[in-house]
Design a protein around this ligand. Sequence first.
Ligand code: BES
Ligand code: MN
Ligand code: ZN
Length: 501
Amino acid sequence: MKFAFTELSLPKRSSLAVPVFADNELSPTAKEVNDLTGGALTRALETSRFKGKKGDYLEVLAPTGVEVSRVILVGLGKIADLTLTDFENLGGTLVKRLNAAGARAVTLMLDGLELDDTKDNEAAAHVAYGAKLASYRFEKYKSDSEDDDNQPSLQRMTLACQASAGARKAFADLEAIADGVFLTRDLVSEPANKLFPEAFADRCKELTDLGVEVEILDEEKMRRLGMGALLGVGQGSVRESRMVVMKWNGAKKEDQKPIAFVGKGVCFDTGGISLKPAPGMEEMKWDMGGAGTVTGLMKALAGRKAKVNVIGVIGLVENMPDGNAQRPGDIVTAMNGTTIEVLNTDAEGRLVLADALWYTQDRFKPEVMIDLATLTGAIIISLGHENAGLFANDDKLADDIFAAGKEVGEGVWRLPMQKEYADMIKSPIADLQNIGSGGRGAGSIVAAEFLKKFVGETAWAHIDIAGMAWSKKDSPTVPKGGTGYGVRMLDQYVRSAHEGK
Ligand code: BES
Ligand code: MN
Ligand code: ZN
């Protein structure tokens, strides 16, 4: 789908979308069209439930008096209440409806918003951004069928606004972020027979085109580094484990301390010898969602040339039951020398992250370190699919991430950490055990306490995205499937906390 930004003037042939505000107050263009069509719009409004609320939508087909093929009335509610997320949702709604209607092109006349030029530009850019995010499809494994009525029809969206040059510029950055989100969605959607650790690492190499340095650690290298926790998880798989280090050096000062992002990349999680039940196990193809988000985020930051130094580290393994798989009760030694009793081989993500986190802070001495992981089913019990779980050893970092999530509409909610939870992972015969002694209680917190043992003194946050990486329902800018959750939030975090934007 292509996007264009133009000055305000009525289009020909394409579909025309015009805002309608609270209590059906028409935008200037809507009034003009209403006059040209002898009142077709107000008559249509009177015969419908349309109230001018956010999300209201009404099509008037081929009205006489104007050359456009259809006029779409889009409700925006009260002007004073509008946020950038509302504009994104508007873009997303237009894409969905117009694809269903078979339209090929649409022009949205964004007038009557009473915004200054900058805000007006931002609004237009965010409509395009929302439309782009909504247009995502993962269909590389679908055979072509030309007569498929479900093929998206919409090819072009034109945003007409006061000062279109500024909008075009604002959209360039947003488009880079959307490209990052799309990479995450692609990675998360791939099945595990296609995206195993080595294949994932190969996909990361593609980021070198954007100026990202990519380094791949193979099993031998990791063994020499002493990463016994990560390697233990992968040892039951015929697929070799990998760790990928991605570097983006965008800071003015080359020696600026980096921001580090670390991701859990379990390309498939059967549970290992502590085998998961069969129903729903296919979902564990997206147990690499944390690594997917880190990779998409690196693409977004490099794509918009963020003025920061960033490190992305992902631990890639496949957790399989096998003659060589690790057993419940096995004791492994992590890179930092900590011995871990593996009481449940299905609590594998924390073992992978233990080595990835330690390695990251040890080698790169980052200013802050943020990990993302589809770590626990328990976080879905706590927060459902509305918020990711946030854990941190640093209040400022937690607050910054929370604020960034609010800003872009990706929710996180902080949960506590304290000694009593940490006590639950003391092992009688090793330094740590990988599941809590308190049964199923506080599963997500106990997992976070485990990770905390491997972050040293670094300011650190952990985001449990088990409920967020995948969605079973469409929302305006996130089609069902891999969501790309976290890319937008952490891009925003980097902007506001490190780039002063
Ligand atoms: N990958 C799972 C967590 C998960 C569950 C992600 C559902 C997405 C949806 C993780 O490796 C896991 O199996 N965790 C166990 C931990 C338990 C054994 C302590 C869990 O949550 O049951
Ligand atoms: Mn597991
Ligand atoms: Zn897992």
